[in-house]
Write a protein that binds this ligand. Sequence first.
Ligand SMILES: Cc1cc2nc3c(=O)[nH]c(=O)nc-3n(C[C@H](O)[C@H](O)[C@H](O)COP(=O)(O)OP(=O)(O)OC[C@H]3O[C@@H](n4cnc5c(N)ncnc54)[C@H](O)[C@@H]3O)c2cc1C
Length: 484
Amino acid sequence: MRTGTDYADSLGRRQVYINGEVVSDVRKSRYFKGIIGTLKEMYDFAYNPENQMQFKTSWGTSGNKTFMIPGNLSELNERHIAIAKWAEISMGFVGRSPDHVGSFFAGFAANPAVFDRGKMKFSKNVLKHYRRLVDSDLYLSYSIIPPQVDRSKKAHELPDTHIQVSLVEERDDGIVVRGSQMLGTGAAVADELFVSCIPPLGEGDEDYALSFVVPMSARGLKLYCRPPYGFDRSSVFDYPMSTRFDESDAIVVFDDVFIPWSDVFVFRDVKLLQSQFFETPAHIYGNNQAQIRLSVKLRFIAGLAAKVARMNGTDRIQGVLERLGELASIASMVEGMCLASESSGSMKEYGSFVPNPRFLYGPMGLQAEIYPRAVGILKELSGAGVLQLPSSIRELENPKTRADMDKYVRSSSSGTVDRVKLFRLVWDVIGSEFAGRHLQYEMFYAGAPYVSRMYAYRNFDYNSAIEDAERFMQKYDIGTTVEE
Ligand SMILES: Cc1cc2nc3c(=O)[nH]c(=O)nc-3n(C[C@H](O)[C@H](O)[C@H](O)COP(=O)(O)OP(=O)(O)OC[C@H]3O[C@@H](n4cnc5c(N)ncnc54)[C@H](O)[C@@H]3O)c2cc1C
């Protein structure tokens, strides 16, 4: 297991483009100071045995519990607790922390035989990388969606053959890839990147049907980051989320990157590309992690809303309590469904305990409505309190302006600093650029809303629901009357 310093020290050179600069050492860049600090805190937290984040691997080492392949319900519960503890460090605002892709890798390694189905047998690569991830306590990010160029076309029909990451050369020692992937969240500060394509590919797309792992230092690998949110805001008090939890999102470009065979999981196999996610528990473990994180975030948003109501003295108004009730329903539903998916999970023939997909994907199908609704309630209860604020801590520090602040920016239940502190935090959750990105994140991280609804549809077991409906309908017919 690594300490925070071990993690930061291991961040090798890379090619990151941001604000007209090439950043090769992210540790020294002002853009990544906040998120690297948060990740260090997470690593230190997991390293400390008092926090009970460690498990013993079957091969005798110790690793982060969030990377565990649960062998029974009790291990799944332990993993849940570890994921929740880690999420609490950012209150769920670091979406792609190491446990996200770590959970996908646990899923791949839980059923490695799937990777031996193709012409080439890659299960040994999968197992080797899973063990390396656990033993070296690695941070992997992933990029599994092709760039948004023309969604009506198949990969090979796009105007340039190498827009989506694809094979350029097959060599004895590995492959060379060229092209791009839409986004890699956290990739700029990760150790390695997992690259694949989760949307289904079709005939003719074989050169795009690849899965592999690549170190961020690989020659030819480039990241183009979106604008950073917190780097020019030095005060955590003013922007508590933007300054520390901006994990960055980046366009990923492969300029003829060499991948050794030992780092390849799927090669030119359209069918296997889907099987790796859905015939192993990878997609389920990864999204179970995401739902645990989201539960933490929604409870936090509910807590903020209740604090705002209390501070404004609106917490005795019936309509406000109803709004808090709605928020409580949303938060409880997501957390409850997550727990239900775990407690009704099942042992698989390959020896792992897997959450019930029906209750996992059920709330995910509504996520594009649930999260904006939760944020909308917090917005509604906050009113312009998030704007009736000084521009920064400077007005609180300056004795000339502080007097006005103390007199007018306060509430009957608390003083100026407490009020400003709460409302600045709320703004960073509902209104700042960081907050806007989070709305987009929760709506899209597991696929566009139509994709998440299809996961819910496919895992609901409509056949038995239809059977129930038919059984009920068979009990009466055109001539049936009510018995006296
Ligand atoms: C903040 C953020 C971080 C992200 N991080 C990562 C990451 O780390 N790694 C990664 O791989 N990906 C990441 N993504 C990308 C994410 O996976 C995609 O946004 C998601 O898969 C949807 O793809 P898209 O954005 O291209 O939307 P599209 O697929 O282009 O869909 C956009 C909209 O078009 C319409 N639409 C398109 N096709 C259809 C259809 N067939 N049927 C019905 N409607 C349709 C819908 O209205 C849909 O909402 C991230 C996204 C966000 C917002």
